[in-house]
Design a protein around this ligand. Sequence first.
Ligand SMILES: [Zn+2]
Length: 312
Amino acid sequence: MHSDPSSTTRVLYLAGWGRSGSTLAERLLDQVPGLVGVGEIKFLWERGLLQNRRCSCGTPLRSCEFWVDVLGETFGGLPDDATARALDAASRRFRTRHLPGLLLKPASPPDADAMLWYYQTLERLYRAVARVSGAEVVVDSSKFPSYLTALLQGPALDVRVAHIVRDPRAVAYSWQRHRADPDAPGDAQMPRMHPGATALYWSAWNLATERIATRTDRPYLRFRYEDLIADPAGTLAAITKLSGVPAAALPLGDRGEVFVPRTHQVSGNPMRFHTGPVALRLDDEWTTGMATRHRYLTGAVTVPLRHRYGYH
Ligand SMILES: [Zn+2]
């Protein structure tokens, strides 16, 4: 059920399993007039407010002028720690990582009445993001299928789902690599995962995303990371159409690079801190760097979804 469009906030939800290229996709979408990419909102309360981690503009979130304005409009000032903790606890109920939970009950929200305050806070938050940024559409790259169900509970949010997928062997390879995590405190590393586990998650996560979007009859578009790199203009035009804003040319440079200015994304891949030209180059290091046994394992576990997505 949709309310009067003038009172709704349009949200483009970037869904997909981790390391599939959603941060890049979001940064490109942020360059489309009418769209604003604000990162993984599900982590706003914990990593943003409570831990005061850096926004992609480089400023700790509690001092970032964009988020101070957004939170000011939502709460009348920065919310206190108790409020932030309550919101984080509510968000955690929509951060299912359990495989059975993803596959069996992905679309059942917890007790609706008790969560009403949370859904209404989300409605106010996304509305404030749209108002402060001046954008028509808020791009949220939270990715979790479970968090998508939280957004779908707010009648004032007009949610459309852009689902990014990437070759599971490339994804599994990315999860194997050692990389520093500039986002986390101390000398933390990005989390790693065995290719067998990645393959299971890749399948369950993508299936759950498809299922929620189609069961709830929301505008839905699946796109491949590889196509975004090969044809950024065409892929972004399709996503822009899904968002309901007029098509606009993406500022692509002579070598197919995109100039990315300072943004205000909460959490996400460390590449969100980079500003300036971003080259759209296919990261296919897995084809040479991945152990053969891992490649076969990942390939075997992800059939038949992998074939349906066109990865042979
Ligand atoms: Zn910022």
